[in-house]
Every structure is written in C-alpha cells, then in structure tokens.
Write a new protein. Structure first.
Length: 241
C-alpha cells in the first residue's frame, strides 16, 4: 500500500532502515553497502533502496534498506511514521552530520546521540503538560558503541535538534556547552519521539561536519564522504543488533 510520501508495498523495506538526510547520499550509500539494491520509492526525490548488506563480517547478506529523510523534524517525522506504521520497519538509524558544540568534539569525530534536546514544539504536543524525553534505543546505541571499539573519535551523549540552521538564539549556545551538549542537528528529537509512539527502535549516528566554537575547521565535501564511512559502520551494527 502506498502512503502519501512513500510509493512502495509492504515487504519492499527491510526491517532496518539507514537514514541519511540527503537523497544523493542515500543513493551513494545504497550503491556502496548494498548488494542487488532495488529502488523502492522516490516520491519527491526522496529515494529509498532495499538490498542485502554487502560489507564484510557477520551481517553480510542480511536485508537492509536505505532511505533519505530530507531536512528537519517535520520531514523525518513524516517518513519515520509511514515506515514504522505501514511498511513493517522496526529500526531506523539516522546517519547524518552535526555542528560541534562541546569543546570535547572536533570536526571528523562521530557522535552517538543517546538523547536529543529540541527547540521544536513538535514533542510538546505528545504528552500534555509534559516535557517529552527523546531518547535512543539503548540496545542499538550499545551495539554502535561496541562497534566503535576503542576509537578515540567516537562520543556518546546528547545533541540538540534545532528548527533553525541560520538563526542563533542569544545565550543558547553557551547554555548548551554548559550542559554538555555535544552537537547540533535537525532531526533526532522527532525521530526518537515517533519511534516511541510506535514502540520501535531508533538511533542517531552523526559525523561532526563543522564546529560552532572552532571556526575554520569545516570539512570539504570529499572529507565528509570519507569520514562518513566510519559512522556508517556503527549504524550498520545498530541496524542488526
Ligand atoms: N546546525 C544544524 N545542523 C547541522 C549543523 C549546524 O550547524 N551542521 C550540520 N548539521
């Protein structure tokens, strides 16, 4: 059954979906890690692919899907809801980028976002009178962390899911640093809430692509792509945990 935003049938998606923001990255990711990747939807240019995991190791040959989320919480909220509710998906792993906030992290590091603060009002509406806790699936986070081994470049902690890319709220960045927030991105809080609503699992694995307090350290798009591969390994472990 097709949904308003996904033109696929039940069974077209694997139970685990890796979800980058960018549709082009979804395509490259599908080409690089899936065998026999089949395009299963491309409504609004948001392409989704299903194949079997082609990487080396114990997960090789297992069904896996890759689909883009687009940017921002409304967008990922729509795709995550339709995948969980109508397409038999059990796990979504967002594989994206973040702006570094904490002095602990640098460009090129990987953040496993175990919890997501948010500037969005989306989660305020979920449980009346309650500040919703947007948290990752612990089993998936543990699997990603285990796959990281003793890498000094992988951090676990909170991120802030922001509605604004270009509008800094005065004082907010300092307060975030003081509260140990590792990075800023734009999707995790919505993904975690939608997963909670449907009793499913979600995780966010982010590569730090720029740093709000360490200027001049941004990555080129080629560097971004290479470093991304490290984050992808952790996401695959979470998909099959
Ligand atoms: N803000 C929001 N999202 C981001 C950023 C940022 O600075 N960098 C990468 N994703």
């Amino acid at each position: 059954m097709a949904t308003p935003h996904i033109a696929a049938q039940l069974g077209d998606f694997a139970t685990a979906v890796l979800m980058p923001g960018d549709p082009k990255r979804a395509e490259r990711m599908a080409q690089s890690i899936l065998a026999d990747a089949k395009l299963v939807t491309s409504v609004r240019g948001i392409s989704g692919f299903t194949g079997t995991y082609a990487g080396e190791g114990e997960y090789r040959g297992r069904p896996l899907s890759v689909m883009a989320s687009g940017m921002g919480m409304p967008s990922i909220g729509i795709y995550a809801t339709e995948l969980f509710r109508f397409f038999g998906v059990e796990r979504i792993i967002r594989v994206g980028t973040a702006g570094g906030i904490s002095p602990m992290v640098s460009v090129g590091d990987v953040i496993i976002g175990v919890g997501a603060h948010t500037t969005s009002s989306m989660n305020e509406l979920r449980i009346p009178g309650t500040h919703f806790s947007a948290v990752a699936d612990l089993k998936m986070a543990a699997a990603a962390l285990a796959a990281a081994g003793d890498s000094p470049n992988v951090y676990t902690g909170t991120v802030i899911s922001s509605d604004h890319f270009y509008f800094p709220i005065p004082g907010q960045l300092d307060a975030m640093v003081e509260h140990g927030v590792l990075g800023v991105e734009m999707e995790a809080a919505s993904l975690y809430a939608v997963a909670a609503e449907h009793g499913k699992g979600a995780l966010t694995v982010l590569t730090v692509s720029d740093h709000l307090r360490k200027k001049g350290t941004d990555m080129s798009s080629e560097e971004r792509e290479t470093i991304f591969q490290g984050a992808l390994k952790l996401a695959v472990a979470a998909a099959f945990a």
